[in-house]
Design a binder for this molecule. Structure first.
Ligand SMILES: [Mg+2]
Length: 436
C-alpha cells in the first residue's frame, strides 16, 4: 500500500457538483412513455446506429454506436425509437433549472451533464453539502422521473470522476481528507482529460492510478504533459483551478442553414426554392435570437461535392427575410451554372449584431424598415401557431414536400397531426396529478 497521508485535511474547502443523466435520451423516452420502463430501449432509429441505450439494453451488451441490425440480433424484443431531440432538450433545460434553484453558479457542460458550485450555501439551505447535492438529485428524479448520477468534491476534475464512480443513480462524495483514498481506486483511463495517448505515456513511466500521478512532483507533471497536465494535477489534488462558469448562451457569431436534397437537381427554380427555404429558416433563427445580419453568403454544392459561393455586405443590419430576398436572388443568379446538377444549397449570415443595438442611418427609409419588421413579426406569429414554413415565400411552391425520413422513423408526436396542430404542442412533459 502506498503512503496514506491525506492530500487535503479539510472536508469541503469548496464544494463542486457534477450531475450526469443516466442513459439520458432513453431515460427521457421512458419518462414520457412509462410503459417502456424496465424494457430494453434504444434511440437512433433514424440513423440505423444506436445513439443511446437504456440500462436494460446495456445489461444485454447493447451499447451506443452499435448497428441496429446487430442489436436486434442480440435482442429481438428491443424497443427501437427515433431520436426526439426537442423533447430531450426540454428535459435538459428543466434539469438545469432545478440545479439553478439551489445555486446560480451552474455550468451546462452538455445536454445531460452540468457542474454546479455550491460553496458557501450550507447556511442558506440549512443543509450539509452532501445533503444539498442529494436534494438536487432527488428533486430531478421526482419532477422529471429520470435518474442522474452525482459527484461531489472539491474541484471539477474530482467530481467529474466521482459522478462516474457509481452509476446509475449513484451518489459519490469525495471529501478533501479522503481524496488520496479515492484516487488510489481510479485508473488513469478514468481521469477527466487523459486521452489514450496520455495514459499510454504515463503507464510507460510505471503509473497506474490517478494517485500515482498526483504523487509525482508538479514539475514532473508539467514536464510530461504541459500546462493542461499541470492543471489536471492540481484539480486532482483538490485545487479548484477551473471555475464553474455559468453560461448564458453566447450570442451567435454566425448562423448557417443548409439542406441536401436526396436526388440532385439541375432545375434552376427548384434549387432556388430550396435556397429560399434555408434563408427563411436562418432568418427565423436570427429573429428568435434578437439579432440582425450585415452580411449574407450563398453557396451551392454540385453533385460532385464541389461548391461555388458568393457573399454580399449590406449597408445596414436587417432581420427581414423579405428585404434580403432580392439580394439572395442576385447572388444566386451569379453563382448558378445551368446544366449542372446540384445537391445542396446553403446560406450563411455573418457580422451579426443585437437587434436592440442596431443604429439606423439618417437617410434610411424608416417607414419601409418598420413595414418589413411588422411583416416578419406577423409571419413568425402565424408560423408559431400553425407550424414552421406554413407562411413562406411563393418560390416554395417549387418544392414538393416529401418528408426527409420515412413516417415510421419520425417520433410519434410528429405523426398524424391534426389540422392546425404542431408537433411542438405535443411535446410531452411530466405532469403532477393533484387532487382538489
Ligand atoms: Mg450521461
Amino acid at each position: 500500500m502506498q503512503q496514506e497521508q491525506p492530500i487535503v485535511n479539510a472536508s469541503f474547502p469548496q464544494a463542486i457538483l457534477h450531475i450526469d443523466g443516466d442513459a439520458f435520451f432513453t431515460s427521457v423516452e421512458q419518462s414520457m412513455h412509462p410503459h417502456l420502463k424496465g424494457r430494453p430501449v434504444v434511440s437512433g432509429k433514424e440513423r440505423g446506429i444506436i445513439a443511446c441505450a437504456s440500462y436494460e439494453a446495456k445489461a444485454l451488451g447493447i451499447k451506443r454506436g452499435v448497428g441496429l441490425w446487430e442489436a436486434r440480433k442480440i435482442c429481438p424484443d428491443l424497443v427501437v425509437l427515433p431520436s426526439d431531440y426537442e423533447s430531450y432538450s426540454i428535459y435538459s433545460k428543466r434539469m438545469f433549472e432545478i440545479m439553478r434553484r439551489y445555486t446560480p453558479a451552474v455550468e451546462e457542460y452538455s445536454i445531460d451533464e452540468g457542474f454546479a458550485d455550491i460553496t458557501g450555501l450550507r447556511r442558506l439551505h440549512h443543509m450539509s453539502y452532501p445533503d444539498i447535492a442529494k436534494k438536487i438529485q432527488e428533486t430531478i428524479c421526482k419532477e422529471l422521473d429520470l435518474t442522474v448520477s452525482v459527484g461531489l468534491s472539491l474541484s471539477k476534475g474530482l467530481c467529474k470522476i466521482a459522478s462516474d464512480y457509481r452509476k446509475p443513480h449513484g451518489f459519490t462524495a469525495v471529501r478533501g481528507r479522503h481524496i488520496h483514498l479515492f484516487l488510489q481506486r481510479i485508473p488513469l483511463e478514468e481521469v477527466w482529460g487523459f486521452g489514450r495517448n496520455t495514459v499510454a505515456l504515463l503507464q510507460k513511466h510505471g503509473l497506474h492510478t490517478a494517485y500515482d500521478f498526483v504523487l509525482r512532483p508538479s514539475t514532473w507533471a508539467q514536464k510530461m504533459l504541459g500546462k493542461p497536465g499541470l492543471e489536471i494535477w492540481h484539480e486532482l489534488r483538490g485545487v479548484n483551478l477551473l471555475p464553474v462558469t455559468p453560461n448564458p448562451k453566447p450570442a451567435n457569431v454566425c448562423i448557417g442553414k443548409g439542406k441536401t436534397f436526396t436526388t440532385p437537381s439541375a432545375d434552376k427554380e427548384f434549387v432556388y426554392a430550396k435556397l429560399v427555404r434555408n434563408v427563411e429558416s436562418a432568418f427565423i433563427k436570427l429573429r428568435r435570437h434578437k439579432q440582425r445580419t450585415k452580411e449574407i453568403h450563398v453557396s451551392l454544392r454540385f453533385k460532385d461535392y464541389n461548391q461555388l459561393g458568393l457573399g454580399a455586405r449590406l449597408n445596414r443590419a436587417t432581420d427581414s427575410t423579405q428585404e434580403v430576398l432580392p439580394m439572395v436572388r442576385e447572388l444566386f443568379e451569379k453563382v448558378f451554372r445551368p446544366g449542372h446538377e446540384y445537391r445542396t444549397t446553403q446560406i450563411w449570415l455573418t457580422r451579426l449584431e443585437s437587434a436592440e443595438s442596431t443604429q439606423f442611418d439618417l437617410f434610411d427609409d424608416r417607414l419601409k424598415i418598420e413595414r418589413f419588421d411588422r411583416l416578419a413579426k406577423t409571419i413568425d406569429e402565424i408560423n408559431a401557431r400553425f407550424g414552421k414554413h406554413k407562411v413562406c415565400a411563393g418560390t416554395a411552391l417549387q418544392i414538393r414536400d416529401t418528408p426527409a425520413t420515412a413516417r415510421t422513423e419520425l417520433p410519434w408526436r410528429k405523426q398524424n397531426l391534426l389540422p392546425g396542430e404542431t408537433d411542438r404542442q405535443r411535446l410531452y412533459l411530466p405532469r403532477l396529478n393533484l387532487k382538489i
